[in-house]
Ligand binder design. Structure first.
Ligand code: PBG
Length: 330
């Protein structure tokens, strides 16, 4: 039998496979989300995210130092606040001496070259648990009225030392409002990684447990995208680009690889993928039960993001992946 095409020749051993390999994941591709709480020496495990914990400021700095040492260039910070600091206007979000701002300053001081990404949305500060302001009579999530506080939040984070602002609120026009406010306050070098195509997803469950930030009433479907749509993601990408975003993000990750591939095609901006809490928990849970080989599934999943076109990945696996990479390399 004369077979001219034998694709298996390129797979004949690991050395050959490594030569023809198109995509791989390195620690440089990763952004590690971290949850900060008040106190000192505090570590609170998150039940629905095995191996992940909320950390007090001092431990966050240690965790970031370890990530930096492993080659991870960026952390994305989220605050878990006690209920008494939450109100309907999210006032605490702009407190220059708030937990969040203090943590940003501590990180910047300890690790000046590491990138700090910060989150702009009202939910961790809001007694309503929504990303924008809520009309108390109708329950409507107010768009234009929310832009001012979101922009102020971004400026407050930039002042504290944030390198990358990540608006995750999905209000219309927020990238423009944030860009303008940052520039007016002299932060023209602060980047915006917009949560461009953020879907109303049930994969965020463990994250909302971590921050105790679930909506008190209703859901987020009037601002986060309908998971049935992909054309709409293109539209959001065009707007965010026009409004001044530096990087576009797709969230969640694994069930949305088609959206990542599409945005990579239509945009000249770098594309980020958010491998969200539920995706992490599924793999951890199955591997704890011995149903999946967790480490291998992790590498396969993260590589799939690169193959789809993601330039960077926010993932709770950042440290596991970076450790594995460094142990294989050395
Ligand atoms: C909130 C926010 C959420 C996540 C990041 N920022 C949750 C939500 O929109 O309810 C989810 C991240 C994850 O699940 O890992 N603005």
């Amino acid at each position: 039998m004369t077979l001219y095409h034998r694709p298996r020749r390129n797979r004949k051993n690991e050395a050959m496979r490594s030569l023809v390999r198109e995509h791989s994941v390195t620690p440089k591709d990763l952004i590690a989300p971290l949850f900060v709480i008040e106190g000192k020496g505090q570590r609170e495990e998150i039940a629905s995210m095995p191996g992940y914990a909320r950390l007090s400021r001092d431990l966050i700095v240690e965790e970031a130092r370890e990530l930096w040492r492993l080659g991870v260039p960026c952390v994305s910070l989220f605050p878990a606040l006690s209920d008494d600091l939450k109100d309907s206007r999210g006032t605490e979000s702009t407190n220059p001496d708030g937990l969040y701002q203090q943590t940003i300053r501590s990180l910047k001081e300890a690790l000046p070259d590491m990138l700090i990404m910060t989150d702009v949305a009202l939910d961790p500060y809001s007694s309503d648990g929504h990303d924008g302001l809520v009309n108390p009579e109708t329950g409507e999530i107010l768009n234009d009225e929310s832009l001012d506080i979101l922009a102020k939040m971004a400026v407050s984070q930039a002042k504290a030392g944030s390198d990358i602002i990540g608006p995750s609120d999905m209000m219309d026009g927020r990238v423009r409002a944030i860009r303008r406010a940052l520039d007016e306050e002299g932060h023209s070098q602060t980047s915006i990684m917009s949560y461009t195509a953020k879907y109303a997803s049930s994969f965020y469950g463990p994250f909302r447990e971590a921050l105790d930030s679930a909506p008190k009433s209703g859901d987020k479907k009037t601002y986060q995208m309908d998971f049935s749509n992909s054309k709409e993601a293109e539209k959001e990408a065009l707007f965010d680009q026009e409004e001044g975003a530096d990087i576009l993000m797709v969230k969640p990750g694994l069930p949305y690889l088609d959206v990542i591939a599409k945005l990579k095609q239509i945009s000249h901006l770098p594309i980020a993928a958010y491998n969200v809490s539920g995706e992490y928990s599924m793999i951890k849970a199955a591997s704890e039960r011995g149903w999946l080989e967790g480490e291998k599934v992790m590498v396969e999943s993260l590589t799939a993001f690169k193959r789809a076109g993601a330039d960077m990945i926010l993932t709770y696996f950042a440290k596991d992946m970076a450790r594995l990479y460094n142990s294989v390399e050395s």
